[in-house]
Design a protein around this ligand. Structure first.
Ligand code: CDP
Ligand code: CDP
Length: 208
């Protein structure tokens, strides 16, 4: 069983994915962390973000078991991740690792930008989770304040819009809902309400 969850930054993909994985006893991979890990490896090695050869080498060597959400959470790392995510060689290497993960039993929940369209187009349940840019910026802003990062709302909103543009306009695997994806707009939805909407769809797909 594969559950594909896509959508823009701070739409609630990760929160929903973790909840679904806990409910059904499935494995969960936040594929954004794989792009973040490559970006952070480049930064830590003192390489520039346009060094495709170095980025590809880090992507080839990705260790999914060693991804540490906390260590990769910085705003600047997310921004850098969306820049290296335009490189086809990086995407190919990471997609290979993500597909291996998706074969885990009894099931896997993968969240990202291109799970339903590219990584696991055969997934029986595809969700596209979204929310307005303002709501998403508010969520990101609140998270940054809560974790002691300095933030101002308007620049967080500008970054969200810039990231949306980069993710939807890139040539390789742009972010878009798969044709058979169910849209969940969480702008005015609680985390619980989003989970219940997803659960209804998953339970229907699991019925023999
Ligand atoms: O957590 P947030 O939504 O801010 O971003 P993320 O999921 O950690 O992803 C960081 C960046 O990686 C995104 O802006 C995308 O450019 C890229 N990404 C991607 O291209 N494909 C994926 N499947 C996941 C992330
Ligand atoms: O993974 P993604 O970047 O799409 O978003 P997330 O990290 O799951 O959610 C971003 C923030 O929005 C978290 O602090 C969630 O608690 C919050 N959230 C919310 O307030 N209401 C929702 N329906 C979903 C998420």
């Amino acid at each position: 069983m594969i559950i594909a969850i896509d959508g823009p930054a701070a739409a609630g993909k990760g929160t929903l994915s973790r909840r679904i994985a806990a409910e059904y006893g499935f494995h969960h991979l936040d594929t954004g962390l794989t792009y973040r890990a490559v970006a952070k490896a480049l930064i830590d090695a003192g390489q520039t973000l346009d060094d495709e050869v170095a980025a590809e080498a880090f992507a080839e060597g990705i260790d999914l078991a060693g991804l540490d959400r906390h260590a990769l959470s910085a705003h600047a790392v997310g921004e850098a991740a969306s820049r290296i995510a335009v490189m086809p060689a990086v995407r190919q290497a990471l997609v290979r690792a993500q597909r291996r993960f998706s074969e885990k039993t009894p099931g896997a929940v993968l969240d990202g930008r291109d799970i339903g369209t590219v990584v696991c187009p055969q997934a029986p349940v595809k969700l596209f989770v979204t929310a307005s840019p303002e709501v998403r910026a508010r969520r990101r802003f609140d998270e940054m304040v809560a974790t002691g990062q300095t933030a101002d709302f308007l620049s967080v909103l500008a970054d969200i819009r810039k990231r949306d543009a980069r993710d939807t306009e890139r040539a390789d695997s742009p972010m878009r809902p798969a044709e058979d994806a169910h849209l969940i707009d969480t702008s005015e939805m609680s985390i619980e309400a989003a989970f219940l909407a997803a659960k209804t769809l998953i339970d229907a797909a699991l019925k023999p």
